[in-house]
Each structure stands twice: as structure tokens, then as C-alpha cells.
Design a protein around this ligand. Sequence first.
Ligand SMILES: [Fe+2]
Ligand SMILES: [Fe+2]
Length: 130
Amino acid sequence: MNFVEWKQEYCTGIASVDREHRDLIELINTLHASLDHDTTQDQVVTVLNEVYEQMVAHFANEEALMQDAMYPAFAEHKLDHETLLDDMREIMNSITEEWRDSTSDLAVDLDRWFSDHFRVHDAKLHKLLK
Ligand SMILES: [Fe+2]
Ligand SMILES: [Fe+2]
């Protein structure tokens, strides 16, 4: 069983958004699976960089869609994206040789942020289709 499972409540009905959400969930699962006593700091940083790059690309996609549709909650939604990226940068900067102490809850945190964002902000994007 995966650490994070896709939930129907995340579905926006926008194919590219839903695909990118699934990719992000898969990466969090990869990160979770990679965090064991043999994992090196470099390996953790590599996966985190991948998560960060996918986040940036995904948020850009969503923001372009929202702007095209003149989405009314754009500013609020974008602000949450920026907060997620800030948090992610903070985590990446905190990865040191003692990464196991600083990142023990990393996958849990990422899951919580994404799940909350998917549910609170992204799920409303289905309105773009109307
Ligand atoms: Fe999203
Ligand atoms: Fe979003």
C-alpha cells in the first residue's frame, strides 16, 4: 500500500491538473519509501529538488488556467502556492548531515500540505469548467 493514496475528493476534472496531482503524490510516496537508514543526504536532496520542480511547474499550470478563466479566488489560491513553495525551500535549506532528525516527519508534512491544498483550493477548480 502506498503512503499517500489518491482520493476522489482531490479530483478537479481538469485532466492536466489531476495528472500532475497524481505525479506529486507518487513523488511523495517515492520520498517516503526512500527515507530509511541507508539514505544519504544527497539522495534526499535529489528527491526534494524533484518535488520542488514539479510543484513549480504544476502551480504555474494551475495559475495560467485560473488567469485564463478569470478565476475569482485566484489571488488567495496563488498565495497558498507561494506559502507551499516557501515552506519547501525552508525544508530544503534545513537538510544537513543530520537530516534524519530534521526530516523525520517530512513525508507526513508534505502529504498534509498537499492534501489540504488539494481539498481546500484545488477541488474548487472544477468550477473553471462551468
Ligand atoms: Fe494543485
Ligand atoms: Fe493549487
